[in-house]
Ligand binder design. Structure first.
Ligand code: 13P
Ligand code: SF4
Length: 321
């Protein structure tokens, strides 16, 4: 519609005027992902977003996603302005892992290496030895296990138990979860697979173990898009936030993508496979962030926390390089 078109034109101009670039996650609205790509920005998984923001020369980053993504960008590039369409875009994993309780958990097991998911606050990252994202977690834990390290894992219990099973590493798990992926239902997915026996099942590892067990491919958002291309199946059942369908469908226009069922499919699902915080990113909010800048939209990280959290974040980026 014309209002959206106006915002898009204004955002394009402001990106140039302010030497800014859009960095978006696959779970944001299609129009945001399209605009990011069209304007020389980027769409990717959380590891790729961190890497892109870190390497791009723009002096302002507009991080379209959730708060931890903006914080990671600020930790990595403190000299840049890091803006977000809204600072209220949280994540249930981050919210479910407050620093005081997590720190106590770590203190109770001082002989353990602390590995935290990127979906955490800067304070939790600062308490960690390693930061990981879903695309690199398996390799990093394999590496730590090969050195006989005992691991504290936080906050996603589903991703943690998946990695524990795959690696056999000794891991103590924080009991957090993503409200989007936790809702996928193994029973409903089995029923769907009976309907479509030739379909392949793609699952993000933040989903429950019973759902992961049914998967033909498990991985981060980028890895799932890659799997969609590589698998021979014409029909794909996808268990992750439905925002991914925009990019995935572009990559496999000839294939049919089907949403995996959530436990409360129909009237009662809570997130209904779309993250309510990712959904807060809109064109108007991007326009306002670029136009006003300032307190409403800018991410700041306390300097001592930043220095501490940079160490495990850089460890991940160096490992992944
Ligand atoms: P990835 O894009 O790294 O797979 O992360 C998924 C996620 O939950 C981000 O909110
Ligand atoms: Fe957090 Fe889940 Fe939303 Fe990702 S999809 S931001 S993990 S609540």
């Amino acid at each position: 519609d014309t209002e959206k078109q106006q915002y898009i034109q204004q955002i394009k101009q402001l990106l140039k005027d302010k030497d800014a670039v859009l960095v978006a996650h696959y779970y944001t609205d299609p129009e945001i992902q399209a605009l990011a790509e069209e304007t020389g920005g980027f769409v990717g998984d959380s590891l790729e977003m961190a890497r892109f923001g870190n390497q791009h020369p723009a002096t302002t980053l507009i991080i379209c996603g959730v708060r931890f993504m903006g914080e990671s960008a600020k930790i990595l590039t403190p000299e840049k302005h890091v803006l977000m369409p809204t600072l209220d875009a949280e994540c249930s994993l981050d919210l479910g892992c407050p620093i005081d309780a997590f720190s106590e958990f770590c203190d109770a097991h001082p002989d353990h290496t602390v590995v935290v998911y990127a979906n955490t606050s800067a304070a939790v990252k600062a308490r960690a030895d390693w930061v990981v994202t879903s695309s690199i977690a398996l390799e990093i834990v394999e590496h730590l296990d090969s050195e006989d390290k005992k691991i504290i894992w936080g906050p996603d219990r589903h991703l943690g138990s998946y990695i524990q099973k795959k690696t056999g590493a000794e891991m103590l798990l924080w009991q957090g979860e993503c409200i989007v992926h936790d809702e996928f239902s193994a029973k409903a997915l089995r029923d769907m697979k009976h309907l479509y026996p030739d379909a392949a099942i793609l699952v993000h590892p933040e989903s429950p173990a019973s759902v992961v067990a049914l998967a033909d491919a498990v991985g981060s958002t980028s890895q799932l898009i890659k799997a969609a291309k590589e698998l021979p199946n014409q029909k794909l059942i996808v268990a992750t936030d439905k925002g991914i369908f925009f990019k995935m469908q572009q990559m496999v226009p000839e294939k049919e993508l089907v949403e995996a069922p959530t436990a409360g499919a129909g009237a009662t699902c809570r997130s209904c496979a779309h993250c309510p915080w990712m959904a807060m990113n809109g064109l108007k909010a991007i326009y306002t962030a670029l136009n006003d800048g300032g307190e409403q939209h800018e991410i700041f990280v306390d300097e001592s926390l930043r220095e501490k959290s940079l160490i495990p974040l850089n460890r991940m980026l160096d490992f992944a390089a």
